[in-house]
Design a protein around this ligand. Structure first.
Ligand code: HEM
Ligand SMILES: N[C@@H](CC(=O)c1ccccc1NC=O)C(=O)O
Length: 258
């Protein structure tokens, strides 16, 4: 008997369901275009990481709502490391040339990353709730619609952060009160270390999300120039309009006064 093969017990392949997983990369191109496997693989890897990011963000939000501030920022730091990888791995896709992308791009319409439900869930849970996306989505399944509606209805990371600030004795009743609270926290990190660290972890998440958007649009310009997108947008022009999105404007404004 060899190591790890005692009959019927868990194996690496059965535990990770590799039989199913590695059979889910189905090409649209026929004859098969060499680079389409890379295109599918990177998107499926993104969606697995998006699932992980949602798992950590949801737990971080819940930790804040239950006053577990250390755990909340600990989980956000894990999100930061995943987000850095998400930006870094665009390099892998850029080993594909526009000519080779063009071998199968025409088979993709109207599919687009614009339809990434988990990407929108991350935006909503971060604090950028935008019900218009749910209406604008074509081809949403009922389950996907339910996921987005749930994210629109549940507390965001920002809502949970405000609960932490309030629990520490600050008023968050108005934007002005909140700005004052953030000034006090920033002005005395000794006294308010935990809240400062949490605010910094939220800002870092915001910055890394902005970094991904910037990396994505430059890659898009390299791949399709100014062509319109398969999702029906103007393409890079639309993506550039999303670069200014910020989840936590008050945390960015605070920098102006420090
Ligand atoms: C050849 C590579 C890629 C090209 C040319 C490309 C192009 C585009 C374009 C033109 C859009 C705007 C919507 C549309 O009209 O389609 C878009 C949106 C988007 N793409 Fe990509 N993309 C590429 C790779 C990726 C990858 C690998 C991901 C990873 C998940 C991704 C995620 C997204 C997301 C989330 C959006 C929506 C962004 C927003 O609405 O703010 N894209 N992409
Ligand atoms: N929107 C891209 C096509 C594309 O990249 C794509 C197509 C299907 C599924 C995901 C995609 N990724 C991002 O949009 C384009 O216009 O070339």
């Amino acid at each position: 008997m060899h190591f790890g093969e005692e009959g019927g017990r868990l194996t690496y392949g059965s535990y990770l369901r590799l039989g199913e997983l590695l059979d889910q990369q189905r090409l649209e191109s026929d004859p098969p275009a060499h680079d389409e496997l890379l295109f599918i693989t990177i998107h499926q890897v993104y969606e697995l990481w998006f699932q992980q990011v949602l798992h950590e963000m949801t737990a971080s939000r819940d930790a804040m709502l239950s006053g577990e501030v250390w755990l909340a920022q600990h989980l956000l730091r894990r999100v930061h490391t995943i987000e850095r990888t998400l930006t870094q791995q665009v390099d892998i896709l850029e080993t594909m040339t526009p000519q080779d992308f063009g071998e199968f791009r025409h088979r993709l319409s109207p599919a687009s990353g614009f339809q990434s439900v988990q990407f929108r869930e991350i935006e909503f849970l971060s604090g950028a709730k935008d019900p218009s996306f749910v209406k604008r989505f074509r081809g949403l399944t009922e389950a996907e619609k339910a996921r987005l509606e749930r994210r629109l209805s549940e507390p965001t990371l920002w809502d949970a952060f405000l609960a932490v600030v309030e629990k520490a004795g600050f008023s968050t009743a108005s934007e002005d009160d909140l700005r004052k609270a953030l000034q006090t926290v920033a002005g005395d990190r000794g006294q308010h270390a935990a809240i400062w660290e949490l605010a910094e972890a939220l800002l870092q998440h915001d910055e890394l999300a902005a970094s991904w958007r910037a990396r994505h649009v430059v890659m898009v310009e390299r791949m399709i120039g100014t062509k319109p997108g398969t999702g029906g947008s103007s393409g890079a022009g639309y993506l550039r309009s999303r670069l200014d999105l910020r989840y936590y404007p008050l945390l960015w404004d605070l920098r102006t006064t420090l």
